[in-house]
Design a binder for this molecule. Sequence first.
Ligand code: GLU
Length: 324
Amino acid sequence: MPEPERQPVTRLAPSPTGALHLGNALTFMTNWALARRLGWRILLRIEDLDGPRIKQGSDGQAIALLRWLGIDWDEGPVYQSADLAPYRAALQSLAERGVIYPCTATRREIAAALSAPNAGEHELRYPGLHRPAGGRYRFDADAPPLLGDDGTCWRLIVPDEPVAFEDALHGQYSVNIQQQVGDFVVATKAGLPAYQLAVVVDDARQGVTQVVRGDDLLDSAARQVLLYRLLGLGELPSYTHLPLVYGPDGLRLAKRHGDTRLATYRDAGMPAERVVGLLAYYAGLTDTPRPMPADAFAERLDPGRLYREPVRLTDEDDRWLRQS
Ligand code: GLU
């Protein structure tokens, strides 16, 4: 008898940083609507390992805001911080194969070692300062702890070759990770699994088959694909990286564009249907913004024709949102 087909699984994965804004909302709405249209199971995963960016109590706020928009889920919330054992096991397996190594370099040392540092860039390419000679680390009893807060991070030995994967909107996408960021961090100096590792371990163990998120994470996907393969985690999820929302000046939506946090709109008494209506307009589901509930957003969404252009929040949109 043929195996019954497994139900696809997607995840909503907010980082509880207290800043759920219109941009995140568009991605979550689209992910949720795709799932509801295509019969995917939805898991809510709270990504609360991201050190200093995490704000106390923001998980509850993020959950309340998703609900306010009309988004629901079938499972969760699951908190990454609840159990570090699966991440530790993955690190252990990488360490035993000698493909990760400890590094104590400071940001300043890394910058100094770069011949042409990219001033102002958030992520410096790691120039291999502590990479073991011979390209393999000898993991033994003297090695620093994998998740210790002793100022050591662990980095992956990244091959100098392209890593390619398929994205629903970007097609075949390929990144030479070594040239882009070098040996990236898989466990942080604070003794926590790094985002790239945590996401891969979780997507695999939670059976996630559909990853839908903003295209700021497209390059990260290559790092995750590499980890998927190194950890032998089987079939990759399908990736869909959606365009981001930008401010009137063309820069990525941020504080400088005023307060576009959902909490601010909600607390000012704006009905969620106005926000959802604007998101529907952004997603190309209507020609003009008009209030609608989440269900109507899902009904209108054509899974085969997702929006492909970056979205720009205009002053007019902002005025439209604020009139009630
Ligand atoms: N937690 C991440 C964020 O809020 C999303 C990670 C992911 O979808 O892989 O940006």
